[in-house]
Design a binder for this molecule. Sequence first.
Ligand code: ADP
Ligand code: ZN
Ligand code: ZN
Length: 802
Amino acid sequence: MIAEIIVDVSAYPIDRPFDYGVPQHLEAVIECGSRVKVPFGPRKIIGYVTGLKDESEVDEGKLKQIDELIDLEPVFSSELLTLSKRLARETLSYEIDALQVMLPAAMRAKYEKFIIVKEPEKIEDAGLMAFFNGRTRVPLKQVTDSNLLKAIKIYADKGIVTVDTAISQQTKVKKVRTVRIMDASTLTELEKAIHPNAKKQAEMIKWMLGHAGKTMEAAKLLNETGLTNTVLKALIEKGAASERHEEIYREPDAPRLLDTPIPLQLTDEQQKALKAVNEASDKDKAETFLLHGVTGSGKTEIYLRAIKHVLDKGKEAIVLVPEISLTPQMTSRFQERFGSLVAVMHSGLSAGEKYDEWRKIHRREVKVVVGARSAIFAPFENVGIIILDEEHESTYKQDDTPRYHARDVAIWRSEFYGCPVILGSATPSLESYARATKGVYTLLELSRRAKNQSLPAVTVVDMRDELKEGNRSMFSVQLADAVQKRLDKKEQIVLFLNKRGFSSFVLCRDCGTVVECPNCDISLTYHRANESLKCHYCGHEEAVPLDCPECESEHIRFFGTGTQKAEEEISKLFPEARVIRMDVDTTRQKGAHERLLRQFSEGKADILLGTQMIAKGLDFPNITLVGVLAADTTLHLADFRAAEKTFQLMTQVSGRAGRHELAGEVFIQTYSPEHYAIELAKTQHYETFYNLEMLARKQYGYPPFFYITLIQFSHEDLLKVADFADKATRFMKSNLSQDTVIIGPAAAAISRVNNRYRYQCLIKYKKEPKLIETLQQLIKMYRTNWLKEGLLMTVDMEPASI
Ligand code: ADP
Ligand code: ZN
Ligand code: ZN
C-alpha cells in the first residue's frame, strides 16, 4: 500500500503530495486524513495522508516508509480534505497551509532542534558537562551562550554530539495521575511485611487503611499525608495501590450565566424568518439567508431556535462571532440554552484549551460550536446549520495565508451538507446585500426591536463650531454636559474612539476638508518622511498643502488621537469619574476582555472608554449615553470601504445605548457632519445608505460592481521592491484582458514595516477567466526565483481592506 502525503515544507517551492510506503502493521488502520510522521531528507516531520493507492511511480528502492501513525482516528474527514483542496485553489495557497489552518495550533507541525549527546563520556569541556548535566537530549534553543555553542560545534565535528530536528508537541493532552487504594485486607498483609525502618511507608499505609478502596488524585493524597512521592511509589510497587494517568480537558473559565429570559412568543417577523430557515433545513437545502435586523431585533433568538431545530434532528451547528469581546455574552446565551453541548473556540483560549475544545468536537461530545473565524473548520461530520453573526465584520477574512473568508467556507460546507447558512447583521456588507437583492441569498428582514424599544436619539456634533468657539478639547460642550448629567444620575457611559487605521490623513479643522486622490475617491495618506501625500491605490503624489484648498484656513494638518490621551482628558474634565479603558494595550492578557467587561457590568466604573472592540455586543442595562469622540478616523481611512465602515460602526455603537428600560442617547462628534454615512447613522436607514454607497462604488469601479485582487510586495531594498512590483504588474497586464483594470504599482499605505519597503498592485475585473491561471504563473515565478532574491509577495483575492 502506498500513501500520498502532504508534508510541512512550506519553504519548499513544490506543492504536491509525496509517496510513502505504508508498513504492513499500519495498513489496516491508516486512512485518508490520518496524521503521520515521515522521514524527509535528514529529518522526521509531520504529514497528512491525502490519498491511498496500490502503486507508486517512485522506484521501490527509493520509496521511504511511514515512520509512525500519530493518532488512531484521522484528523480530517473526507469532507475537510476536499475542502482544503478548494481552499488552496481559491486562495492560491500551499495545500499544507490549507490543511494546517483547519487544526488547532497545538496540532500543527512544529519543529525544534535538539542536541543529541551520543558519547557523553568523551566530553571533557567542564562548562558543557555542567550544561548537559547528564541529559542526552537537550533543546538547542536552550543554548544561549556563545562559548557553549562553540564547544558544541567542536564536538559535533567529531561526531560526539549531533544536532537533530525533531517534532515537538507544543501542547500535549493534559493528564491527571490518579491512585486507587487496595482493599483493607491487602493493605494489612502488606503492612506486616514492611521493614521496621521504613517509618514513612508504615505511616502512609496506615493512612491508606483509612481510605481503602478509594480512588483519588495522587496530588491530593500526597498533600493530605504530607509524605513524598517516593514513599507513594514504593508502596505502589509493593501493590498497596495502583496508579493511572487519565486524560482530562482543560476547562476554560466557567460561563457566566445571564439568565436571559426565553421569549415565549416570537414576533411576526421573527416567526416568518425562522420558518424560512427551518424549511430549508427540512428540505436539506443549501440556502444562504441574509438576516437583516436592527440591533436588538431578536436575531440571536432566531439563531437559537434554528439550532434547536437541527439538534432535534441529530445534526450539528456552527456559530461564528467576530471577536472575543463579543463572545462572553454570546457564548453565555448559547450555554444557557444548550448547556454542555456547546464548545467554545476563540483566540482568548490557551493553545491547550483550544486543543481540548477541538477534541470535544472531533469526538462528537458536543453538538454546537461558538467561535471566531477558524471555528468554521470545526470537525463535525453532520452539519445542520452554519451561522455568521455580524457577517459584515472584516475579522471573518483571514489576512495571512490561506487568505480565506469564513463566509465563503461556510457556503462551501453548506453545499456539501445540504444545510442553511444564516448571515446576520444590522448593517450587512454591501456585497452580501447586493447578492440578496439579486436573489443569490434569501433576504429576511426584522425591521423592529423585539421588545419594541425605540432606537436611541442620535445627535451629530459639528466639531468645526467648537474650534470657532475656542474649545480645543476632544470633548464638545454638548457631549461634556451630557457626560456630567449621567455621572450625576449614576448611569453608565460608553465613549468610543476608533484608533485611526495605521495610515493617517490631513484634515482642515475649520471646514472639515480632507485631501483626496483625484483618481480614486480615497483619502491621501500622509508620509512624514518627505512631507508628502500619496495615494496607495494609484501612486498619485502631491505636497502637503500649507493652507486648506477649500477655505484657505491654516488649520490644516495631520489628524490623530489615542485612547490614552482621551483618558487624560477625561480625568481632567471629570475627576470623580471611574474609567475603564479597553484597547489593545489593556486587553493583551488572557481573560482581560472578560474581566474588564465584568467590572463594568457590575457597576465598578462609570465610563467605558475604548476602540472598536467595545462597539458591538455589549448589552448592559445601565448604559444610557454613548459618545463617539471622532467619527472622522474611520470616515477618512484610505480605503474604498471607509464610508461603509463608518456607517456600520456608528450604527453599532448607537445600538449600545438604551437597550433596556432606560432611554438612550448618542453623540457623534465629527468635522464632516454632512457626510451621508454620518447623516444616515442618525436614523439608521440602511437601505438609503446602501443605495447612495452603491452609486459611489459604481462610479469608481469598486466592489460589488468589480472584483478586486491585491498583490503586495515587500523587500529590504526600495529599488528592488519597486522593480519586482513593476515586473509583476507588467506580467499581469500582458496576460489579462483589456477590460481588466490594473492599478499601480504604488507604495502601500504603510510604506515600510520592519525595515521592509512595501508596494502593491490592484487588479479590478468583472469577468477574468485567465486570472487564476495567470496568478498561478506569477506565483510560480515568485516561488522559484524571486523568493531567493529576498522578495516577499502575497496575493489576496477580495481583500478586506486595501
Ligand atoms: P439581536 O441579536 O438582533 O441584537 P437579540 O436576539 O439579542 O437581538 O434580542 C434582543 C433582546 O430582546 C434580548 O434580550 C432578547 O431576549 C429579547 N427578545 C428577543 N426576541 C424576543 C421576543 N420575541 N419577545 C420578547 N423579547 C425578545
Ligand atoms: Zn478648510
Ligand atoms: Zn489614486
